[in-house]
Design a protein around this ligand. Structure first.
Ligand code: KE4
Length: 437
């Protein structure tokens, strides 16, 4: 498959933007190759690049395209809103409509604030938790990603009590000094931390299913344990459902496992592909936020009417969806995604390749390794060079996967059985190609 135009555009982009991209993972550094694919347009489950190649898309712009790209109802809503003005910097009726749709789907959310990105939502959630508890420490998990907020770009120091160290240049030790890290799915470790410093911990922030070290499921007992610890010590439990929200279930994974966090962050699907996110939760915590309470927060484009229109159209279409077999959106997504994962496992078995694959709703992931994956250390047993060969073979067969061995994948309601059959065929060839080295 030729991608000369992408390579040409990439060379130009690299003279204009760091790494030729506006978000790091897009640069294909995790998989190598001459250039990332420059997308010209998308429709439904498919992408077309600047060379005219067509791909079945399993990235879905990292989650938002759950209906499929350029869904007519979403495009129509965006065009209609845009004709009435792009931004007012003032409240609108539509923000009430979107807030109602979110609160109706997630009972743990009594009030919310709309913002423009998942990073902003998580940053605001942490500030709220600190303002509400008057404590400084925040606890996150290795391998969880909550956006590029300085305080969360931290890596574990040595020893249980050593606080976070900067995990990238430009982040100061002072900023990460109040960040405590723990291994994902390790409740005993978190319990020991709380025994030592629980009354200093403002909050725990966790991806209930992690999609940022690959697909790694938060065990129910682990998440239930976090819920109990936060109740016992007066800390705030934050579920970062930026990726899982409306993806793995109506509302979020919290509804599937029946655990109510104190705060939830959402983005991606609630904006339908436009810049929109939210932080929501218990009323008494949200009312700590300005202009009601002392925790300052603001944003010129927060609740932007065009983005809100895309979000309302997306959530409304999801709610109304029924397949020809009478399945709702999440039953349909689960059916298709389970087929995809079963095909991956079946083809890997036929090729004698070890794979750990899992999915929930319309989100999936896989690692080429023999052992189960429950935390960041386990992900490192994955055969990354094998993944890279597999990725490029799939790409050259017209299947667009996340360009990293440590990301999740996404199925949309626009993916057909024909798309899945074509994907299965490509997987078989790609595994044999990757085996050949
Ligand atoms: P944004 O600031 O990128 O909108 O959201 C940050 C964020 C927060 N929380 C979770 C659970 C997330 O998955 C994300 C962003 N996800 C990545 C995918 N690994 C976005 C892709 C990118 O960074 O370009």
């Amino acid at each position: 498959m030729e991608r000369c135009r992408s390579e040409e555009l990439y060379r130009e982009a690299c003279t204009l933007m760091p790494g030729g991209v506006n978000s790091s993972v897009r640069a294909f550094k995790g998989v190598g190759g001459a250039a990332p694919v420059f997308i010209r347009n998308a429709k439904g489950a498919h992408l077309w690049d600047e060379d005219g190649n067509r791909y079945i898309d399993y990235v879905g712009t990292w989650g938002p395209a759950i209906l499929g790209h350029a869904h007519p109802e979403v495009v129509e809503a965006v065009c209609r809103a845009a004709k009435d003005g792009l931004s007012f910097g003032a409240p609108t009726r539509a923000e009430n409509v979107l807030a109602h749709l979110i609160c109706e789907a997630l009972p743990s959310i009594e009030k919310l604030r709309l913002v423009s990105s998942g990073t902003e939502a998580c940053m605001t959630a942490l500030r709220l938790a600190r303002g509400y508890t008057k404590r400084d420490k925040i606890l996150k998990f290795q391998g969880n990603y909550h956006g590029h907020f300085d305080g969360l770009l931290a890596k574990a120091g040595s020893g249980v009590l050593t606080l976070g160290l900067p995990d990238c240049a430009g982040v100061t030790p002072g900023v990460t000094a109040d960040t405590v890290l723990a291994p994902y799915n390790d409740l005993a470790y978190v319990e020991s931390l709380f025994q030592k410093m629980g009354h200093e911990i403002a909050c725990i922030i966790v991806e209930p299913i992690s999609g940022n070290m690959g697909f790694v499921r938060g065990e129910k007992a682990f998440l239930q344990g976090l819920r109990k610890l936060c109740w016992d010590y007066g800390s705030v439990l934050i579920f970062d459902e930026v990726m899982t929200g409306f993806r793995v279930a109506k509302g979020g994974y919290q509804n599937q496992i029946d655990i109510q966090p104190d705060l939830t962050t959402l983005a991606k699907i609630i904006g339908g592909g436009l810049p929109l996110a939210a932080v929501g939760g218990r009323r008494e915590i949200l009312d700590q936020m300005s202009p009601v309470g002392p925790v300052y927060q603001a944003g010129t484009l927060s609740g932007n009417p065009v983005a809100v229109a895309a979000g309302i159209a997306t959530l409304t279409a999801l709610k109304a969806y029924r397949s020809s077999e009478g399945l709702d959106a999440w039953q349909q997504l689960e059916k298709q995604t389970k087929t995809l994962v079963a095909d991956l496992q079946d083809c890997a078995e036929k090729s004698g390749i070890s794979i750990q694959a899992d999915c929930e709703g319309g989100m999936f992931g896989f690692f080429f390794t023999q052992s189960p994956v429950q935390n960041l250390d386990d992900t490192q047993t994955s055969d990354v060079p094998f993944f890279r060969r597999f990725f490029h073979s799939m790409l050259n067969q017209g299947i667009y996967l996340a360009p990293s061995a440590f990301e999740a994948g996404f199925v949309s309601l626009a993916h057909t059985t024909e798309d899945l059959a074509a994907t299965r065929a490509a997987v078989g060839h790609a595994l044999e190609h990757a085996k050949a080295g």
